[in-house]
Design a protein around this ligand. Structure first.
Ligand code: G
Ligand code: G
Ligand code: MN
Ligand code: NA
Length: 252
């Protein structure tokens, strides 16, 4: 309950901040986008992990105003990244279950896009496999409405759920993010799985992002099996907006 009250005031007190983890295209050597990852620095508790407070925000419904703030902030920050850039980059925002199922999601997304004056194709929404599998008819309808507005859609933590390939091919998903658990200890079984996931995604015309890339050897393997984009500590952890802007300048 205490955490709930603290969380309720966190936005107003400006204790919440979006950090950004770059997503890299090795072939071109460019940063092509970044995932927004929320950080909460409480004046007395210190750093609180989103893994701990997002579930509370979900249970209490606070995820709705918080999610709106996240969308608006991410779109505003994206606008700044792309100012004076020839090649625009994208921002990815995690959408949790309650937020996805909320009837105002589409309105919130459109509002954030319009406020920041960004190209909707440069906003990518990440939903997890468990959200995608929740109620097929509802989920497909929602995803189609978002897709109709030009928004890019990604399936996060892929491989950890149980979505059938039959279902997967019905979803208007553009990007598949391979869960970091497959990358972490790439023993022989995992390399086979990863290679197969990439082939499946490509046959469905999806872009593949590997998450949790930490070493050169993981990167080499993933490049060898035609993974498209890479994210992980090997390149950078999630960093504040100012640092991300510096990184963009260095990478060009
Ligand atoms: O960045 P980190 O590893 O600490 O994130 C922990 C978990 O919190 C991950 O599952 C991540 O998807 C989730 N998370 C981080 N930022 C956000 C956010 O802005 N919205 C939602 N819904 N989840 C987030
Ligand atoms: O659930 P989701 O995939 O959105 O969460 C991403 C989480 O993974 C974040 O908490 C982020 O900080 C973390 N993360 C990102 N890159 C790496 C990495 O290379 N290694 C590990 N262990 N965690 C990572
Ligand atoms: Mn994610
Ligand atoms: Na993920």
């Amino acid at each position: 309950v205490e955490m709930e009250n603290e969380l309720r005031h966190a936005i107003e007190r400006k204790e919440l901040q979006l950090f950004y983890q770059p997503k890299v295209n090795i072939a071109s050597g460019e940063i092509v986008g970044a995932e927004a990852l929320i950080r909460w620095i409480h004046p007395t508790y210190g750093f609180v992990s989103p893994a701990d407070f997002i579930p509370i925000a979900e249970e209490t419904g606070l995820i709705i105003p918080m999610g709106e703030w996240i969308l608006e902030q991410a779109c505003k920050d994206l606008f700044i990244w792309n100012t004076n850039r020839t090649k625009n980059i994208s921002v990815s925002v995690n959408i949790s279950m309650h937020q996805f199922l909320n009837e105002n999601l589409l309105k919130s997304v459109e509002n954030a896009i319009n406020l920041a004056k960004i190209d909707p194709t440069l906003l990518e929404l990440e939903i997890t496999e468990s959200v995608a599998m929740f109620q097929p008819e509802i989920v497909i309808e929602k995803l189609k409405n978002l897709k109709n507005k030009g928004i890019t859609l990604a399936l996060d933590d892929f491989g950890t759920g149980y979505s059938s390939l039959n279902y997967l091919k019905m979803l208007p998903i553009d990007v598949l993010k391979i869960d970091q658990s497959f990358i972490k200890d790439m023993d022989h079984a995992d390399t086979t799985i990863v290679r197969s996931l990439i082939e499946i995604a490509h046959s469905l015309h999806m872009t593949v992002v590997a998450e949790g890339v930490e070493t050169k050897s993981q990167l080499n393997y993933l490049q060898g099996v035609h993974c498209d984009l890479f994210q992980g500590y090997y390149f950078s952890k999630a960093i504040p907006q100012e640092e991300f802007l510096k990184l963009l300048r260095i990478f060009k």
